[in-house]
Design a protein around this ligand. Structure first.
Ligand code: PLP
Length: 401
């Protein structure tokens, strides 16, 4: 079969809820992927940061094969020998007290919404059904009805109502707005440390520290969604470390399996997580031994192979050299660690065509919204490979249309 045959099958038989670049991938290794014709590409998206450890990392693969021959799923009706070890390793690494394992990122967000509401009623004393959660404009937290209900992105939410009540939306990066929005019924504030889907929006320095202290002063649970920023992407294990703070609840997912399996988790301090009792929340696949074994190795690889340090160093190098490109249509360049973006001017004709041209030159990335190109390669990338990418990025950006 040729690439076009696969594309036709997808388009004819599949829902059209994505608009992928027309590259049909077949194989991956490290930062590289190959299409069905054997053409090689550098992956500068990393499956939205789920493949931080690089494609088909041999150690994670080994664990997946091994564990799948031993035990895969027990349900939480019984215990298994991997879950507690994952908890221990995650808590040691992140200073959390408690872990709740789920599958997708959206499920972790839903879990947090339930936990902070119950905490609000039982611990803070908020009257029943009055709990408020504060979120930010241009957030991305997933795709369920409750979550898209507090999105401000029109295509994410239009025509999907009615929505779950109880959310208040404030501008991102504005700690005064948080202070002003808090009421006695506010149970939580949830934000991304850097807004990925919005176009790698980095808040002003001190924002996380200020919101941390506002939450503490007002007895509001601080929730950081690190599903994209976490696990090394920004050059720290968790992006909150850039400001030396700890959220009360932290969400991780994506790279928690290095791209092998859907695994997410809510990391919590003791007080909030302890409100959940048997029968109140769960998931058939959440915390299964295969997922836990994979996650344990994915975390070990991230640390042992110094991918987090590499993300910090290579990210600085990438951004410094990206910033040297003086091309028309560039409005802004920004990044932290290996989470970078080039924002184009409104008259550039959209980021999509630049992504298509980069694809033709062997570099895969994806536009986010109209005018932003995001670069987020696996954290195993080296200097020579970044130079290779920069050559292509410069060539494409320098073109006049
Ligand atoms: C990807 C993402 C999610 C949703 O994760 P899924 O696994 O796609 O449900 C939530 N929050 C952030 C910040 C994300 O990047």
């Amino acid at each position: 079969m040729k690439a076009q045959d696969y594309i036709n099958l997808e388009d004819e038989l599949g829902a059209h809820n994505y608009k992928p670049l027309d590259v049909v991938l077949q194989r991956g290794e490290g930062i590289w992927v190959w299409d069905v014709a054997g053409k090689k590409y550098m992956d500068c998206l990393s499956a939205y940061s789920a493949v931080n450890q690089g494609h088909c990392h041999p150690k994670i693969m080994g664990t997946m094969i091994e564990q799948s021959q031993i035990l895969t799923l027990t349900s939480r009706a019984f215990r298994n020998d991997q879950l507690g070890l994952l908890y221990k390793e995650l808590c040691d690494l992140t200073h959390s007290h408690k872990v709740l394992p789920m599958n997708s990122g959206a499920e972790a967000v839903e879990t947090v919404i339930k936990a902070v509401r119950k905490w609000g009623y039982q611990v803070k004393g908020v009257p029943q059904n009055q709990a408020e959660i504060i979120v930010c404009e241009n957030n991305f937290h997933g795709r369920t009805i409750t979550i898209v209900g507090f999105s401000t992105d029109p295509p994410s939410r239009e025509n999907f109502g009615p929505f779950t009540p109880g959310f208040k939306i404030i501008p991102y990066g504005d700690s005064d707005a948080l202070e002003a929005a808090i009421t006695p019924n506010t149970v939580a504030f949830m934000a991304e440390p850097i807004q990925g889907e919005a176009g790698v929006i980095i808040p002003p320095d001190g924002y996380l520290r200020k919101t941390r202290s506002i939450c503490s002063q007002n007895n509001v649970v601080m929730v950081l969604d690190e599903i994209q920023t976490g696990l090394g992407r920004t050059g720290k294990l968790l992006a909150e470390e850039h400001e030396g703070i700890e959220a009360d609840l932290t969400l991780i997912g994506k790279a928690l399996s290095g791209g092998f399996y859907p695994i997410s988790a809510v990391l919590s301090n003791k007080e909030v997580m302890d409100v959940l009792r048997p029968g109140e929340h769960g998931s058939t696949f959440g915390g299964n031994p295969l997922a836990c074994a994979i996650a344990r190795t994915a975390l070990r690889v991230l640390v042992e192979e110094e991918m987090i340090e590499n993300a910090a160093q290579m990210g600085d190098y990438f951004l410094a050299n990206l910033s040297k490109i003086k091309a028309p249509h560039i409005k802004a360049m920004r990044g932290r660690g290996l989470m970078l973006a080039v924002e184009l001017t409104d008259d550039a004709g959209g980021a999509r065509k630049f992504c298509e041209q980069l694809m033709a030159r062997g570099l895969l990335c994806k536009e986010t919204h109209e005018n932003t190109i995001r670069f987020a390669p696996p954290l195993v990338i080296n200097r020579a490979e970044i130079d290779w990418a920069l050559e292509r990025i410069e060539a494409v950006l320098m073109q006049r249309n």
